[in-house]
Design a protein around this ligand. Structure first.
Ligand code: ME8
Length: 573
């Protein structure tokens, strides 16, 4: 589908680029999943998307770990970069590119940006004395160092006093500009709590930021050298941030970083918000480029109530996610992470009991159950062929078809006499689609996916209320019973089709399976079945439109999307 047909801005979303000193864990998979779901949802809405992830390879700790493991830094970086690529393929992420910062296509442009900043006087030489946190590859302020007893505020490892001649980025020049950008929302820092934190820290004053280290004899040849001064190496953070621009600063991708308006969405956890919300926008401004539109810093996953750490050895590794996927399906893992994750300001707990609870309540008992009930009934009562279409509106008090339904219900004693109730599934789905769009603007995946699930729950309620199984028993006994049943089942199926569109960014495989069973596979773009659609959501989700379920369409029962899980079973490992 071409962007021209949808008349919307392109969408550019990024994850942090991850350090390659170790293998990926749940945290890396989580941020990348959030980006994946957001990217798929924007593609679904008809926008042209560029989704970038990758690895940050020039850190000193890569050199240290490589040595411990008996590898060269490049070998070790490659081993881990491959592990990230493999993990992201396993997670079914739909990134458009994967950058490794050791690639020339990144390094060359990053050097050019740094040279431009030197030329413009935004990077200058000066003396620096400070506390170096080797475990985080960053300097810690005197106040923070003292407060943490001269240990890393993040990892608790001892800080090292370093005095060096460095190049500095003149962040101080941009204090007023940054404050205005963030306060006005021109650069949207989310969630709100994080915005206030960043503004509070900016108000205490901004200093120059060191951006290079002097190369010492015997230092490994690892990293990007200052383009104007071969005695200095660019500090890894400064070079790494450039990836967001290096990867789209080429003619065929430049539309993803327009020169006239902010567009990019940067995702990360709160640990690295400062770099993304303050240093990077200021660098871009100094380069004459627009800042990002959104900087979203989520909180952390913890494991069974405990912070994950190397010393506790309780990181949830990709192997654990694989074991969960094996048992409950990959899409169930994606669903749990996307809807229960720490997207807000609070940490989220990966606890087995909670996983099973969410799996059963959202997936087995809702999405899976609803789809199989409707598929089964179409199979049983109409030989697997949708008999008719319907506008989705039901008044349990009048409308022709519904008189029959109501008569059938009266014989069961429910609903209470005189009770009237209307269902308008067409309006209900249209409202959900509208709210879905808004939730995605705010990168609120839980709310967006909640809209899809909300439709499923409404269908369940409608089935309970209209009792199609009771109506089916009245075929031939009451007038219109068959027509009413057809209308009810059509409306359920059409509502579930729309729900499945909304749910598809989190669960692309399960929704594709449903579309195969229900002969809706035409919703997918055959050229890009992984994430492309034949039309924007507004058209796909139109009730009774060109992409709707049609009278005469085969609706197969299918295998069942999610089997109920036993809460008593041990966590897969
Ligand atoms: O910081 N919960 O790389 P990194 C949720 N290379 N997300 C988590 C997490 C957790 N417990 N732990 C890690 C770096 N993450 C730099 C970034 S960008 C120009 C350079 C995720 O490998 C989260 O996205 O330490 C966090 O920001 C990122 O991993 C840190 O990855």
């Amino acid at each position: 589908m071409s962007n021209a047909s949808t008349n919307q801005n392109p969408y550019y979303i990024t994850t942090p680029i991850y350090y390659v000193n170790d293998r990926p864990h749940i945290g890396h998979c989580y941020t990348t999943l959030v980006a994946d779901v957001a990217a798929r949802a924007q593609r679904l809405m008809g926008r042209e998307v560029f989704f970038l992830t990758g690895t940050d390879e020039h850190a000193e700790k890569v050199v240290t770990t490589a040595k411990e493991k008996g590898h060269t830094p490049m070998e070790w970086a490659t081993i881990n970069a491959e592990r990230f690529k493999e993990a992201f393929a396993f997670m079914n992420f739909s990134h458009d590119d994967f950058v490794r910062t050791t690639e020339d296509r990144h390094k060359d442009r990053a050097s050019a940006y740094i040279q431009r900043l030197v030329d413009s006087g935004d990077i200058e030489l000066g003396d620096y004395e400070g506390w170096w946190d080797g475990s985080q590859e960053e300097y810690v302020t005197e106040t923070a160092a003292k407060e943490h007893d001269y240990k890393s505020p993040v990892t608790g490892r001892p800080l090292e006093k370093r005095v060096e001649q460095n190049y500095f980025f003149r962040l101080d020049k941009y204090e007023g500009w940054l404050k205005a950008q963030i306060e006005s929302g021109a650069v949207r820092v989310l969630p709100e709590a994080r915005k206030n934190e960043v503004l509070g820290r900016i108000r205490t004053g901004l200093n120059r930021v060191p951006v290079s280290r002097k190369i010492k004899p015997g230092d490994p040849d690892w990293g990007v050298v200052m383009p104007n001064d071969p005695e200095h190496r660019v500090y890894v953070w400064i070079e790494a941030l450039c990836n967001y621009l290096t990867m789209v600063d080429q003619p065929d991708r430049r539309r993803f970083w327009p020169r006239d308006e902010p567009l990019a969405v940067h995702l990360m956890a709160k640990d690295i918000l400062w770099f993304h919300a303050v240093i990077w926008p200021a660098m871009l401004h100094a380069l004459g480029e627009r800042p990002p539109a959104t900087v979203y810093a989520h909180a952390y996953w913890i494991a069974e109530g405990k912070k994950m750490s190397k010393s506790l050895g309780n990181f949830i590794e990709i192997d654990t996610l694989k074991a969960y996927a094996e048992k409950y399906s990959l899409d169930a893992v994606r669903w749990f992470l996307a809807t229960q994750g720490p997207l807000g300001a609070n940490d989220a707990d990966f606890a087995h009991a909670r996983f099973v609870e969410v799996y059963n309540s959202d997936l087995a008992n809702s999405v899976g159950n609803s789809a199989s009930r409707v598929g089964n009934m179409v199979g049983k009562y109409f030989d697997g062929v949708m008999p008719k279409t319907c506008d989705g509106r039901f008044g349990f008090e009048g409308g022709r078809a519904l008189q029959a339904a109501l008569a059938a219900r009266a014989s069961t004693g429910k609903p209470a006499e005189g009770e009237s109730r209307t269902f308008d599934l067409a309006a209900l789905t249209a409202g959900a689609v509208e709210r879905y769009r808004h939730a995605l603007e705010a990168v609120d995946l839980e709310a967006a996916m909640g809209e899809g699930l909300g439709i499923v729950r409404a269908v369940d309620e409608f089935i309970t209320y209209s009792a199609p199984f009771t109506l089916a028993k009245k075929f031939g006994q009451i007038e219109h019973a068959e027509g009413a049943l057809g209308a009810i089942l059509y409306s359920c199926a059409e509502a579930l089709r729309i729900a499945s569109l909304l749910l598809s960014p989190a669960m692309p495989e399960k929704t594709a399976a449903l579309w195969r069973d229900w002969n809706c596979a035409h919703l997918n773009d055959p050229a890009d079945p992984n994430s492309g659609f034949v039309a924007p959501l507004a058209e796909l989700a139109a009730w009774g439109g060109a992409h709707s379920i049609q009278a005469g369409q085969g609706i197969a029962k299918g295998e069942g999307l999610f089997m109920r899980a036993d809460a008593a079973e041990a966590a897969p490992a």
